[in-house]
Design a protein around this ligand. Sequence first.
Ligand SMILES: [Zn+2]
Length: 158
Amino acid sequence: MNSKTPKMSLQPLKCALTVLLGGLLVAAFAADIPEPARPAADNQEARDELQKIRDGISQLREENAKLKEENAQLRKENQQLRRLLAEKDEGNVTLTPTTNSVSGVQTNQGGAETEIQLTHWFTTSSGKRHNSRCRYFKTTEGRLCGPEEGKACKLCGG
Ligand SMILES: [Zn+2]
């Protein structure tokens, strides 16, 4: 019983497989049929899209060429700058003193600014300076100023 049953069942299995394969092939052909029968409008749209894509590609190529040119220019400029820097290094052996003097000037300026205290009032129309006790202090058109700016007011002494 056991040795007979597998032999018997193999034959129908093969048959079933061939039928299945045949059915798949038919199904594949059937699926292929509608594709060539597409309307012409779709083709036109596809052509338009293709044209758009081609235009885009050509634009990108142009941009790429421009970028390459810019890159080449930048490289040239970079080389020139490097040469200039090298020349500077050769000419002025040390660059640090110049930067030091600049920072020194800056600190001096800061000190000068803090030394002048804006305790007085400068009247623009008369060019006179008033101290904080004067009745013209901040009552006329003008601005705050230092104790030495402009002419001293005769009333308050500046
Ligand atoms: Zn005054």
